[in-house]
Design a protein around this ligand. Structure first.
Ligand SMILES: NC(=O)c1ccc[n+]([C@@H]2O[C@H](COP(=O)([O-])OP(=O)(O)OC[C@H]3O[C@@H](n4cnc5c(N)ncnc54)[C@H](O)[C@@H]3O)[C@@H](O)[C@H]2O)c1
Length: 356
């Protein structure tokens, strides 16, 4: 197969991260086009992409003009535009790598999935964390059974995020599709479902105390119970003025603690609890370094390569429309339950139930 002609739509904050990853994809992709309504942003992106591609890039401010130049698009736009742009390209037979969250409503997600199926194009949600080598490694360590059975996975994401006026869309709950939990927590709900399987029930509590610029919550605590009894937890804030956790995954297993901190890129395994004296560490402080990768960038090249390989090989992406929809459905059900003051029933939101 010829290299896949790829266009980037939206070259702002996250678009810049996609630009950074493109140079590692030129064996399978040919970057041919870029689009942004901001002329300066577009000019910068075209400069970078032309160098990466080794030829001129088609540039436009109206995404529709890019159609004839691409086989596939990476959509890195404000959330309220995902549906419109995704379906436009699906209906023209173009494959779609959609930045998260897929779309702002369940109906839009289902319609986009159907548009892609009807037109036989690949739809994938860009969840980079899922494809990072260190997180893939963490999953392998759990699946191997060597480090015990996972009974609680906690994820912390502490950051200070206040979109500037130029990205004012993100300050509107309607355009963002919700608050921090929908916009950012969707990564981690997706990861929790991947590690822990079938969700049964869940609760979310959010606040915009500390993040008054957010219409909905800027800080969230969410907990999910899974079918095998294990628990998953996400604490996410866009209001951190200080942090110790930063971005951190902690997995308690029946043999110890697997721990990943993005700050140092290490996966550690602790087996230092003294079973006879639970408050004390064992005589020998047993901490093992299992992985180290100091690259803290968004590393979009791994997800985009997966998307391109799925197109080439006719395979379904790991984060395809249905798997992404399940995660978003969990979030919507937890939001609804929070309003009612109840616990959300998360059963039956999965892949098979969603497929027609
Ligand atoms: N995967 C991640 O870790 C991650 C991180 C941040 C953002 N994102 C996602 O990336 C997407 C974009 O977010 P962002 O932070 O880059 O936003 P942003 O506001 O920084 O960038 C959006 C860009 O889209 C352009 N744009 C707006 N309307 C347009 C239109 N009609 N046609 C063409 N261009 C248009 C803007 O000019 C801007 O350059 C969102 O889906 C967001 O959730 C993902």
């Amino acid at each position: 197969m010829e290299r896949i002609r790829l266009g980037l739509i939206g070259c702002g904050g996250m678009g810049g991260e996609h630009l950074a990853g493109m140079s590692e994809l030129m064996d399978i992709a040919d970057v041919t086009a870029a689009c942004d309504i901001n002329p300066k942003t577009l000019e910068t992106a075209v400069g970078v992409l032309s160098k990466v591609a080794g030829h001129e890039i088609f540039a436009c401010s109206d995404y529709k003009d890019l159609t004839d130049y691409v086989d596939a698009v990476v959509v890195v736009l404000p959330h309220h535009l995902h549906y419109e742009v995704g379906t436009f390209f699906a209906r023209r037979g173009k494959h779609v790598l959609m930045e998260k969250p897929m779309c702002n409503t369940e109906e839009e997600c289902v319609n986009l999935i159907e548009a892609c199926e009807e037109n036989h194009v690949t739809l994938m949600t860009a969840y980079p964390v899922r494809y990072w080598p260190e997180i893939v490694k963490l999953k392998e360590l759990i699946d191997s059974g060597e480090y015990g059975e996972l009974f609680n996975m906690s994820i912390w994401t502490e950051q200070y995020t206040k979109y500037p006026p130029s990205s004012g869309w993100a300050l509107s709950a309607k355009k963002l599709g919700g608050g921090q939990f929908f916009s950012h927590g969707c990564h981690y709900v997706d990861v929790l479902l991947w590690f822990l399987g079938e969700p049964v029930e869940g609760m979310h509590m959010g606040t915009n105390l500390g993040t008054p610029w957010m219409e909905k919550e800027g800080t969230s605590n969410a907990v999910i119970r899974f079918k095998n009894g294990a628990l998953g937890y996400h604490f996410g804030t866009w209001g951190a003025r200080g942090t110790e956790h930063g971005y951190c995954f902690q997995l308690h297993t029946t043999k110890g603690l697997l721990d990943w901190h993005r700050a140092d890129g290490k996966i550690l395994f602790y087996e230092n609890c003294n079973p006879d004296m639970p408050d004390e560490a064992a005589p020998e402080d047993l901490v093992h370094v299992l992985w180290e990768d100091p690259d803290k960038s968004k590393k979009t090249q791994f997800e985009t390569r997966h998307f391109l390989e799925c197109i080439r090989d006719g395979k379904r992406p790991m984060t395809d429309g249905y798997s992404s929809l399940q995660g978003l459905r969990c979030i919507w059900r937890m939001y609804e339950a929070e309003e009612k003051g109840t616990v959300a029933d998360l059963r039956g939101l999965g892949l098979d139930q969603g497929r027609k």
